[in-house]
Design a binder for this molecule. Structure first.
Ligand code: SF4
Length: 219
């Protein structure tokens, strides 16, 4: 096994042993994952849950329903999500794309090749790499590694890359050194989010962290 693969699997195993399976993504359906991935930009998960709860309550948690709704009404329903007009527009844009290209079928969308699909998603309003990859991995079960600020913080503190390195550099690092497995990528990213949330904060809690003996800690 190449040394970097060994290191990455060692980190994964330590985190899995410490935290167990994270059962991601927290949603009942693939469409709900996409709603969450779009709504979560710049807000807490609690706000996302409230916005999704409001959509559910009104029977509007489907992109078919969103496609038939005007932006203003949608913005009113998702009020807990903040940046309402932008997020309402992002949901509407995705709904139109999903309907026009895949007839509102996750099954149809899954048939499309990973990188072609990613390119399409990145062309949509307010869908950047992290949102696109979250949709691809957690809603469409495609083997792509999601990068977020926690991943950057953890791996730069341990000297693998620099915090300023671009999204793609981090993604390549994981995807070139780990087997292309959806299940592994799903769990690994979820474990890193938990680690970042609980220990690798702006002021890190290294003393009790499962990675405390890993070496090289740059604060
Ligand atoms: S040991 Fe410290 S720097 Fe490393 S992941 Fe844990 S909290 Fe972050």
């Amino acid at each position: 096994m190449p040394p970097q693969t060994k290191q990455l699997m060692n980190i994964y195993n330590r985190l899995y042993k410490a935290f167990g399976s994270r059962n991601w993504w927290p949603a009942d359906t693939a469409e709900e994952v996409i709603f969450g991935a779009i709504l979560t930009q710049n807000i807490t998960w609690k706000n996302v849950e409230q916005a999704i709860g409001a959509l559910k309550e009104q029977g509007k948690l489907s992109f078919k329903a969103i496609a038939n709704m005007d932006e203003q009404t949608l913005a009113t329903i998702i009020r807990p999500a903040r940046f309402l007009n932008q997020k309402a527009r992002a949901l509407k844009t995705f709904a139109d794309y999903f309907g026009n290209n895949y007839r509102f079928s996750i099954k149809n969308m899954k048939k499309r090749e990973l990188w072609a699909l990613r390119k399409e998603l990145l062309g949509l309003y307010r869908i950047g790499p992290e949102t696109a990859d979250s949709i691809l991995l957690y809603a469409l079960e495609k083997p792509i590694f999601v990068i977020d600020v926690y991943t950057k913080r953890i791996f730069s503190r341990h000297g693998f890359l620099n915090m300023e390195d671009p999204y793609e550099a981090y993604q390549n690092f994981f995807m070139q050194n780990l087997p292309r497995e959806t299940g592994l990528y799903n769990e690994y990213h979820a474990l890193l989010v938990h680690l970042g949330n609980q220990y690798c904060k702006p002021k890190p809690l290294c003393g009790s962290c499962p990675l405390r003996t890993l070496g090289t800690i740059n604060n």
